[in-house]
Design a protein around this ligand. Structure first.
Ligand code: ASP
Length: 343
C-alpha cells in the first residue's frame, strides 16, 4: 500500500446511493457495490488510496438495527491501524441513528469516520451521490502534519459536514436532507473546503482506542401529544425487561401535570427504569424547572437530555445500558457530554 497518500476504507452498507430500480415493481432496491464503483471513475482521480468493503447483502437503512452497528464497528476495529480514515455509505433514513450509535461505540477515536449517502441513486443523471461521496473521501483524507484533521464520527451531506450525533434527517425531498440545529457545521464545501477547526472534537490521542459492542435495546421512545391516555403509558411502562424510556416532551421539556402521569413515571423510576426528557422541538434544550409544567419531572428524578437529538438520545441509552452503569451515577453520566452530543 502507498504510504504517502492517505489510505481510506469505504464501507458500503446499502441505501439509495447504490440502488437501482426493480424492473417489475419500479421500486428502488439495494444493489451490489460493484455497480456503485463502476459509476464513479472519478474516484481514481482522488489523492488517496481507496479500499472497499461491503455488507454481504446491502440493506435499505430502514432495516438497520444494533447488530448491523456492531458489524460496522467490527469492520472499523479490524482495519483501524491500516487506514487513515473511513467513509460509511449508508441510507439516509436512519443515518443519524447509525452515525450517533457509532460515535458512542468508538471510544477515543482519533481518525475520521464519515457517514454519507444520497437522495438519488449514483446512476441517476441528477444524482447528489457523487459530490457527497467524493467530498466525504476528501474530508476523511485530510491530514495535518501526518495526523487526521477530523477525529470523530461525522456526517457529510449536501456541502456540509456535521457532528454525527448532532444531526437529524429533516427532509425526504430536498438534497439538503440533514440539519444540526444545536451545533455548528464542522466544515462547509464551497469553492474551498472550509473546515471549522474550532468546533472539531479534540480527543486525547494517548488514550487507547476502544470499541464497545454491548448495546441494550430494552428501551422505549414516547412522543407526548395532548390526549395520550393513562392506559397506553401504563402498558408501555409495564413492558417486561424495560430499562429506560425517552420522553419526547414539549418545548423546553414540559408535559402534562396530571397526577396519574407523574405517578406512573415516579413508580417506574422507583422500579429502576431510567426516564430521559428530550424535547420534540428540532432545536433548543430541555430546561426542567424553567416552567411549572416541568418541575414535577425534575422532582421525581427524570434525566435531562438537555439539547441532545432524539437519535443520539436513543443510541446513548443503548450504549450506557450496555455498560452496566450503576443507578447511582447513571443520571449524572447521561447528562454529561461523552462524545460532544450535548452542549
Ligand atoms: N430508503 C433509503 C435508505 O435509507 C433512503 C436513502 O438512502 O436515502 O436506505
Amino acid at each position: 500500500m502507498n504510504k504517502i497518500k492517505p489510505n481510506i476504507l469505504l464501507i458500503y452498507t446499502g441505501g439509495t446511493i447504490g440502488m437501482i430500480k426493480d424492473f417489475e415493481s419500479g421500486a428502488l432496491k439495494a444493489f451490489d457495490f460493484k455497480n456503485l464503483l463502476d459509476k464513479i471513475p472519478e474516484l481514481q482521480l482522488l489523492d488517496c488510496n481507496i479500499d472497499t468493503i461491503s455488507f454481504e447483502s446491502p440493506i435499505d437503512s430502514s432495516d438497520m438495527n444494533p447488530e448491523y452497528w456492531v458489524q460496522i464497528a467490527n469492520i472499523i476495529e479490524e482495519n483501524y491501524n491500516s487506514f487513515d480514515g473511513f467513509v460509511v455509505l449508508h441510507g439516509s433514513d436512519t443515518m443519524s441513528y447509525s452515525a450517533s450509535a457509532l460515535s458512542f461505540m468508538l471510544e477515543n477515536l482519533v481518525k475520521p469516520v464519515v457517514f454519507t449517502g444520497s437522495q438519488l441513486p449514483i446512476g441517476d443523471l441528477r444524482t447528489d451521490a457523487k459530490e457527497n461521496l467524493i467530498t466525504s473521501i476528501q474530508v476523511a483524507s485530510l491530514l495535518d502534519r501526518g495526523k487526521p484533521v477530523v477525529q470523530e464520527v461525522c456526517l457529510y451531506f449536501e456541502y456540509k459536514l456535521y457532528r454525527a450525533n448532532r444531526t437529524s434527517k429533516i427532509n425526504a425531498e430536498h438534497f439538503e436532507a440533514f440539519a444540526s440545529p444545536n451545533y455548528h457545521d464542522l466544515a462547509v464545501s464551497g469553492v474551498h473546503l472550509k473546515v471549522n477547526t474550532d468546533y472539531l472534537l479534540k480527543p486525547n490521542s494517548r488514550k487507547p482506542f476502544k470499541v464497545h459492542k454491548n448495546l441494550d435495546n430494552n428501551i422505549a421512545l414516547i412522543k407526548l401529544f395532548p390526549g395520550l391516555s393513562e392506559q397506553v403509558l401504563q402498558n408501555i411502562l409495564n413492558t417486561p425487561n424495560l430499562k429506560a424510556v425517552i420522553l419526547e416532551t414539549y418545548g423546553s421539556g414540559n408535559c402534562t401535570t396530571q397526577p396519574w402521569f407523574t405517578k406512573l413515571l415516579e413508580t417506574a423510576i422507583n422500579e429502576g427504569i431510567h426516564i430521559v426528557n428530550v424535547t420534540q422541538c428540532a432545536g433548543g434544550s430541555v430546561m426542567m424547572g424553567h416552567y411549572e409544567a416541568s418541575n414535577h419531572l425534575k422532582d421525581i428524578g427524570v434525566i435531562s437530555g438537555k439539547d441532545i437529538t432524539t437519535e443520539a438520545a436513543v443510541c446513548k441509552l443503548m450504549y450506557m445500558l450496555g455498560q452496566n452503569i450503576s443507578k447511582k451515577v447513571f443520571k449524572t453520566i447521561y447528562e454529561t457530554p461523552l462524545r460532544g452530543e450535548i452542549s
